[in-house]
Design a protein around this ligand. Structure first.
Ligand code: ATP
Ligand code: MG
Length: 453
C-alpha cells in the first residue's frame, strides 16, 4: 500500500490490544488505541482515522453500538469487527450495519492485515467516487431538462416513486435519460444521502456477474483468492441500479428474484445469509414483454421488478424540449471541453428541432459537442450541425418542415449542395460543376441567384 493510514483499535484486553498495536505499527500504520467503547468514540471524534478495528464485547459500549454511531458520522472509517468464534449472529448484524468485514478470534494476523488493506483501499475508492459524483452533480445542476407535457407527467411520477421504497422499472429508448432518471429517483428518496451503486448487466461477462452482484468468499471459484463484497452489500442502506436488466442471464435471474423476495443475500461460496436494506431500480431499453413471452426473461422476476414503471418518451415525441435541452447540453459541453460559451443561430436550432434523434438526448449531446468544436467562433450555425453519424441513413425530410413549402425547401437544399461543392472544389467553378453533375452555365446562374460570389 503506497500510503499508510491511521487506524483505531478498540479492544478491552490489554495484551491483545498491545499485540495488535505492535503488529499494525510494524506495518507502518499510525495507531490509536482505546480500552473500551466510550473511549473509542471519544478518540474517533478527535481524530480522523480511515479504519477502525472493533472488538464486539467491550465495557461501557459494545462494538455493534459503536458501529451504529460510526455509521452516522459524516465521513465514517471502514470498520472491521472482531467476534468470538461461532458468534455468527453478531457477525451478520455487523455486516448488515455496514462493517467491511468481520474476523473471528483468535485472530489470524495475516488475514487481518489483508482485510485492513482492502477495507482502506475500498473506502478511498468510494471516497473518490463520492467526490466525482458531487462534482458531476454540481455542474450538471443535477437536473433533468424539459418542460413538455410528457416530461411534466414524468416528473410527477418520479416524485411519487421517490417517496416510496418500491422497485422501479425505468424504460425508454437508448439515450432517453434512463440513468438520469434513476439518479433523480435516488436523490429525491430518503436514501438520497447514501450510495447509489450501478451494475451494468450487459457489460459484465456472464461468469463474473453473480460475483459482482453478490460477492464471494475466498475459494468460492477458481480465481477467487480473497473474500469480496458484492454490489448489493456495497449499496447497503442505499440504492442499487441494475442497468440493461433485459440482458441478465437466466441463472442470475433466478438468484436476483430470490434476493428481491428475501431482502437478503448470500455471497458465493457461503451459506451465511446477510440481511440487506437496498432499494432496487432497474432499467431497460428492450421489450421485456416479448422476452417473457419467448422465455428469455422470467415472468416472476418481471412482475417483481415492474412494481412501478417509469417510461421516458423518445425525444422526437417531445420536440418542444429541444431548444432548452440544446442550450443546457451546449453549456455542459463548453464547460467539459473548457471552451467559451456558445450560442445557436435560429436556423441551426430549427434544424435541431426537426431531427428524429434515434439516439435521443445522448445523440443531441454528441451532435452539439461536435458542433461546438467545429464552430470555433462561438456561434453554432446550420453547417456545424450534422444530424446523424450516418447522414445517408436519415430521412432528408427530417430537416424540412412542410410549412416551408416545396419551392423554398428545394431552394435551400440546392443552395446547400452548391455551397458544399464549391467548398470541396476550393472555389474552382468548373470542378464544382462536375461534382454537381450540371453544366457551368447553370452553376453560374445559381451562384448569382443565391448571391454566393
Ligand atoms: N432530460 C434530460 N436533461 C438533461 N440531460 C439529459 C436528459 N436526458 C438525458 N440527458 C443526458 O443524456 C445522456 C444520456 O442519458 P442516459 O445515460 O441517462 O440515457 P440512457 O437512457 O441510460 O441511455 P442508454 O440506454 O444508452 O444507456 C446523459 O449524458 C444524460 O445526462
Ligand atoms: Mg443507460
Amino acid at each position: 500500500m503506497p500510503l499508510k493510514a491511521s487506524v483505531l483499535i478498540a479492544e478491552d484486553e490489554t495484551q491483545a490490544r498491545e499485540a495488535l498495536r505492535a503488529l499494525l505499527e510494524d506495518e507502518g500504520y499510525r495507531v490509536i488505541a482505546a480500552a473500551d467503547g466510550v473511549e473509542a468514540a471519544e478518540l474517533l471524534e478527535q481524530s480522523a482515522v480511515e479504519a477502525a478495528v472493533l472488538d464486539i464485547r467491550m465495557p461501557r459500549k459494545d462494538g455493534l453500538t459503536l458501529l451504529r454511531e460510526i455509521r452516522e458520522m459524516p465521513s465514517p472509517p471502514a470498520v472491521l469487527i472482531m467476534t468470538a468464534y461461532g458468534n455468527s449472529a453478531a457477525a451478520i448484524e455487523a455486516m448488515a450495519l455496514g462493517a467491511f468485514d468481520y474476523l473471528t478470534k483468535p485472530l489470524n494476523f495475516d488475514e487481518l492485515l489483508i482485510q485492513l488493506g482492502r477495507a482502506i483501499e475500498n473506502r478511498r475508492r468510494a471516497g473518490e467516487l463520492e467526490a466525482y459524483r458531487r462534482e458531476e452533480d454540481s455542474w450538471q445542476g443535477a437536473e433533468i431538462i424539459g418542460d413538455s407535457p410528457a416530461m411534466q407527467k414524468l416528473y410527477k411520477l418520479v416524485g411519487q416513486v421517490s417517496a416510496t421504497d418500491s422497485t422501479v422499472l425505468i424504460r425508454g429508448e437508448s439515450g432517453t435519460g434512463k440513468e438520469a432518471v434513476a439518479r433523480a429517483i435516488h436523490r429525491h428518496s430518503r436514501r438520497g444521502g447514501r450510495k447509489l451503486v450501478k451494475v451494468n448487466c450487459a457489460s459484465i461477462p456472464e461468469t463474473l456477474l453473480e460475483a459482482e452482484m453478490f460477492g464471494h468468499e475466498r475459494g468460492a471459484f477458481t480465481g477467487a483468492a480473497q473474500r469480496r463484497i458484492g454490489k448489493f452489500e456495497y449499496a447497503a442502506g442505499g440504492t442499487l441500479f441494475l442497468d440493461e436488466i433485459g440482458e441478465l442471464p437466466p441463472s442470475t435471474q433466478a438468484k436476483l428474484l430470490r434476493v428481491l423476495q428475501d431482502h437478503s443475500i448470500e455471497r458465493l461460496g457461503s451459506n451465511i445469509t446477510i440481511p440487506l436494506d437496498v432499494r432496487v431500480l432497474a432499467a431497460t431499453n428492450c421489450d421485456l414483454e416479448t422476452a417473457v413471452h419467448d422465455g428469455r426473461f422470467r415472468e416472476d422476476l418481471y412482475y417483481r421488478l415492474n412494481v412501478v414503471t417509469v417510461s421516458i418518451p423518445p425525444l422526437r415525441e417531445r420536440r418542444e424540449d429541444i431548444p432548452e435541452l440544446a442550450a443546457f447540453l451546449l453549456r455542459q459541453a463548453a464547460a467539459r471541453l473548457k471552451l467559451p460559451a456558445a450560442s445557436i443561430t435560429d436556423d441551426a436550432m430549427a434544424l435541431l428541432s426537426g431531427g428524429t434523434w434515434p439516439g435521443n438526448v445522448r445523440e443531441l449531446e454528441h451532435c452539439l459537442e461536435r458542433a461546438l468544436i467545429l464552430s470555433r467562433s462561438g456561434v453554432i450555425r446550420r453547417e456545424h450541425v450534422s444530424l446523424s453519424e450516418n447522414p445517408e441513413a436519415g430521412d432528408p425530410l427530417d430537416a424540412v418542415s412542410l410549412d416551408e413549402g416545396l419551392h423554398d425547401a428545394v431552394a435551400r437544399l440546392e443552395r446547400r449542395m452548391i455551397e458544399r461543392a464549391l467548398a470541396s472544389a476550393a472555389g474552382n467553378r468548373t470542378r464544382a460543376a462536375e461534382i454537381l453533375k450540371i453544366n457551368r452555365r447553370l452553376l453560374y446562374d445559381k451562384i448569382r441567384e443565391y448571391s454566393l460570389e
